[in-house]
Design a protein around this ligand. Structure first.
Ligand code: BES
Ligand code: MN
Ligand code: MN
Length: 462
């Protein structure tokens, strides 16, 4: 029987080349032109789970992209870990900002990744992190080290809102029954500062359309005499924050939980350099809600951000025109207890109310989801903490993240179990951005840490 460390030493080239093969398939769930590739990726994931020693693997069809389900049940009396991940990726654009093609992975050294990092769309989010679990499983089955039952549920629609996974989870309580859910789809503070994600923000995503006159107009003949939808839209958007950067939608903060001073003091202990943060983003100052630190602003506080805005003439040169319509896509990150559907309604009502005469406003909700927070005294958290102690030589720091994995709160509601978020990415890995990458060291460290979680979780469950 081989230790996980020496197993990784012997197999790391193959672990890398297999991941690179997976990264070559452009599984972009948002773009229907890639349908064939998304389906091909599901098949590749299925095959990898079979090879890793699952006894039963199936492709579960949904109304959208399939869910790959795999399991190995060694003894019904032992605990069951449910691993969740996603095989779909974000669109890679803008393509011209990539230093190498997004679906032609290369390994390159960076300042933060002296051992090299794999550059490709999905390297960190989430193919690389999901595949760590497949390789950890391979180790445990080939070395007779699997201490409990395991189920895998790898979906292909996370980046577009997990709508069909919700239905699947609601309809498959028995199949998905588990004692803990394990996910690697988040990050950690730094390679020498391991952390476990204890919170995720919720999300409400809307699109707005402001319509003025029935057609585009000459901005000289009509300018000043009719509402310009772009002027109006930008003014309406600007009014959504006050001078302290508080969001002005009535009722928006009603359910926001206020953290105690003790909890905030605990959070402030996490190592963080404002200077390094500013430097990494090339900004001379941070910006945000008055009264909160940067780490609070991006985790325990809700936000409202325009993600895109368009309308009018944006081509070369100048065209004098007042557009008939203006549009924006707006996301609100929510914190635990804020109900995303309620927030969407509050936004809609408010946005319609603040529209001046002379324009009409249409608000179209996109997807959303609830935030999540997990306690640090659960069996799962304790097992994860011990696993990191083994492989990093340090106790991990609990940290709430600003990102969202909306399905996690549904897991708790429907399956009644806690989720443990063991993320191995870094914030600087550029997920969703050009030049996304995942450290080779992080990838292998994840593979090394996961089997320890299995062992400690099984032991602590006795
Ligand atoms: N893996 C991310 C979420 C994430 C990343 C959480 C890093 C914490 C740290 C996930 O794939 C994602 O991108 N989620 C979306 C929401 C989804 C509904 C499209 C997000 O957060 O924007
Ligand atoms: Mn993800
Ligand atoms: Mn993502």
């Amino acid at each position: 029987m081989q230790s996980i460390k020496s197993y990784i030493d012997d197999n790391k080239d193959r672990f890398l080349s297999e991941l690179i093969d997976l990264l070559k398939i452009p599984s972009i769930s948002a773009d229907s032109a890639y349908k064939g590739d998304v389906l091909k990726t599901a098949d590749a994931v299925k095959l990898s789970l079979e090879k890793a020693g699952c006894d039963h693997v199936e492709i579960c069809e949904t109304e959208g992209y399939p869910i790959v389900y795999g399991e190995k049940i060694i003894d019904k009396k032992l605990p069951t870990i449910l691993v969740y991940g996603h095989y779909d990726v974000q669109p890679p654009d803008p393509l011209d900002l990539w230093n190498s093609p997004p679906f032609d992975p290369i390994i390159q050294k960076t300042e933060l990744h002296p051992e090299g990092a794999i550059f490709a769309r999905g390297a960190c989010d989430d193919k690389g992190q999901m595949y760590m679990h497949v390789k950890a499983m391979e180790y445990m089955t080939t070395n007779n080290e699997l201490p409990c039952n395991v189920k895998f549920m790898i979906e292909g629609e996370e980046e577009v809102g997990s709508v069909n996974l919700s239905t699947f989870v609601k309809n498959n309580h028995e199949k998905l029954k588990n004692d803990v859910i394990l996910i690697s789809d988040t990050g950690m503070i730094a390679p020498d500062v391991p952390s476990i994600t204890t919170g995720l923000r919720g999300l409400s995503y809307v699109e707005v359309e402001v319509t003025g006159p029935n057609r585009d107009l000459h901005s000289g003949l009509y300018g000043g005499a009719v509402a310009n939808p772009i002027n109006v839209l930008t003014k309406m958007i600007a009014s959504l924050h006050d001078e302290n950067n508080h969001i002005t939608i009535p009722g928006f903060y009603d359910k926001v939980e206020d953290l105690s001073d003790a909890e905030r003091a605990e959070m402030a202990k996490a190592p963080f350099s404002l200077d390094a943060y500013k430097k990494s983003l090339d900004i001379d100052a941070v910006y945000g809600e008055a009264g909160y630190s940067t780490n609070e602003r991006n985790s325990i506080r809700p936000t409202l951000d325009v993600n895109g805005i368009w309308g009018g003439y944006t081509g070369e040169g100048a065209k004098t025109v007042i557009a008939s319509k203006a549009y924006a896509k707006i996301s609100m990150r929510l914190v635990p207890h804020q109900e995303w559907e309620e927030i969407t309604e509050l936004f809609k009502t408010h946005f319609e109310n603040i529209a001046p005469k002379g324009v009409t406003v249409k608000v179209t909700p996109h997807h959303g989801g609830q935030g999540y927070v997990t306690p640090i005294d659960s069996l799962g958290y304790k097992a994860a903490s011990k696993a990191y102690e083994q492989t990093f030589g340090k106790t991990p720091i609990p940290q709430r993240s600003g990102g969202s994995i909306p399905i996690v709160s549904l897991f708790e509601e429907e399956l009644n179990s806690k989720t443990i978020l063991m993320g191995f990415g870094l914030d600087s890995d550029a997920i969703h951005s050009p030049n996304e990458h995942f450290g080779v060291w992080n990838y292998l460290k994840g593979i090394e840490t996961i089997p320890h979680f299995y062992k400690y979780f099984t032991e602590l469950s006795k």
